[in-house]
Ligand binder design. Structure first.
Ligand SMILES: Nc1ncnc2c1ncn2[C@@H]1O[C@H](COP(=O)(O)OP(=O)(O)O)[C@@H](O)[C@H]1O
Ligand SMILES: O=C(O)[C@@H](O)C(=O)COP(=O)(O)O
Length: 425
């Protein structure tokens, strides 16, 4: 297998979002959890997305895991590696976008790296280096209240400069609009000045196509699914990947009970949970009980097990920003987040033991904790539920045939859980 494109994603929902985008653009794609072991039977593919849970861990660990993934992808022939980050640039001043980019840049010998989280299909656009989420700048969007990485600065040149050892430049929209040669020339100019990375503006998919053509001539890029779309379209338009080879069939139905778990506290997920209350039983976890070790996961399982035969259930830890802030003040941000993620993993593990084979998880860190606990080594991409969220068919899972959906907290329409269940049969 010689990979046309290698990808390293810093969380699992982000990885499935990217795998979905690449598949839809015509690349045969598989999503692996971590660097695959030699005995994992991978189909013949154009792209591999290695999923890491590295967005919110200590920067040194994120760097070493990303470098290992990069090494594996390059050893499978990937000439270009995309480091997939969140379309809302989720990170803190300690990292991990800057430190990982610096390390992968050093390993690849890249001059100036193109960086953009733009993903117009989901309302993420970048202009003059400023990230917009829908109609508002990042720092005015719901991301200002993210439980782990609240985003308070929409100027990504500044945000990345605080995390990186290299100087950060800008390739503005006027340059992108002038086309591939103009972007090439600007990048060469920045590299000549010793600037190691540049935020590149993008508002429409056509901007990402221009960016993809230039980025594909290099060894490394950093961005969200939008730049993945650009890279994939460039591979197809230049004939490096045969178009139309990819299929996103979800395959045979798996049946069995279905369950939903929500750990995201995003506005979109809170609305989706409220709407799900109309169509399935919903249990709201008591977060203080989780953190103080009061057997809250067992209570949730006792509630869920007798209901599974009658239809899907939803278990949520999600809370409004002021409740999240109050909980964090009582217990600390990381302790609260970690304890809730582990409770979600406990619940998922036992739901699968109780027969659940169709599982929907809302939240990137939450999905990471759940998928790790279920020890699923990889996924094939199925039908698209909503922009950035595909049905995933587990490959090599201990529990056998399983369908999952890993939803980024911010993604999906108001009826997301119903939409997902309709496609996960
Ligand atoms: N009620 C709550 N209070 C505080 N933190 C919470 C609560 N519920 C979930 N969390 C934590 O918030 C984080 C949500 O992150 P994540 O799952 O990545 O969602 P998103 O996709 O919206 O970023 C996780 O670490 C989760 O454990
Ligand atoms: O790029 C995106 O927005 C998503 O693919 C993503 O990374 C999701 O992260 P979470 O919102 O933490 O699930």
């Amino acid at each position: 297998m010689t990979l046309a494109l290698g990808c390293i994603a810093d969380d699992y929902t982000g990885a499935s979002d990217l795998a979905n985008t690449l598949t839809r653009a015509g690349l045969r794609t598989v999503q692996t959890i971590g660097v695959p072991s030699d005995d994992l039977a991978l189909p013949e593919v154009d792209a591999v997305v290695v999923s890491l849970k590295s967005r919110s861990i200590e920067a040194g660990l994120a760097v070493s895991r990303s470098r290992a993934a990069d090494k594996w992808l390059r050893s499978r022939g990937a000439g270009h590696v995309l480091f997939k980050i969140c379309s809302t640039f989720d990170s803190t001043d300690a990292g991990n976008i800057g430190p990982v980019m610096d390390a992968l840049r050093a390993d690849s010998g890249e001059g100036a790296v193109l960086v953009t989280p733009a993903f117009p299909e989901t309302g993420r656009t970048v202009y003059q280096g400023n990230l917009f989420v829908g109609a508002v700048p990042l720092n005015e969007s719901p991301l200002k209240d993210h439980p782990l990485n609240p985003m308070h600065d929409s100027n990504l040149v500044r945000v990345l400069a605080r995390q990186s050892r290299t100087q950060i430049g800008l390739v503005d929209l006027a340059t992108v609009t002038r086309g591939v040669d103009a972007v090439r020339a600007r990048l060469a100019e920045l590299a000549g000045k010793g600037i190691g990375a540049a935020i590149i503006d993008a508002v429409f998919d056509r901007d990402l196509e221009t960016i993809g053509l230039v980025a594909g001539e290099h060894r490394l890029s950093v961005g969200a699914s939008g730049i993945g779309l650009g890279l994939a379209r460039a591979l197809v338009s230049t004939g490096k990947v045969r178009s139309g080879a990819a299929s996103s069939e979800t395959g045979a139905a798996v049946g069995g009970p279905a369950a939903c778990l929500a750990g995201s506290c995003s506005q979109a997920t809170l609305q989706q949970i409220a709407n799900a209350e109309r169509i399935m039983p919903v249990l709201h976890l008591d977060q203080d009980r989780i953190i103080t070790g009061a057997k809250e996961a067992e209570r949730a399982l006792d509630w869920a097990r007798p209901r599974l035969a009658d239809g899907p259930v939803l278990i949520a830890s999600s809370a409004k920003p002021e409740e999240v802030a109050a909980l964090q003040a009582r217990h600390g941000r990381d302790a609260a987040g970690h304890a809730i993620e582990q409770a979600m993993a406990d619940i998922a593990e036992n739901l699968v033991k109780a027969g659940v084979r169709r599982l929907i998880v809302a939240g990137g860190e939450t999905s990471g904790a759940v998928v790790d606990r279920l020890e699923i080594p990889g996924f094939l991409v199925g039908a698209e539920i909503a922009a950035g969220v595909p049905v995933l068919r587990a490959v090599g899972a201990e529990a056998g045939e399983m369908l999952l959906a890993l939803k980024s907290g911010n993604f999906g329409g108001p009826e997301f859980f119903a939409d997902a269940l309709r496609l996960m049969r």
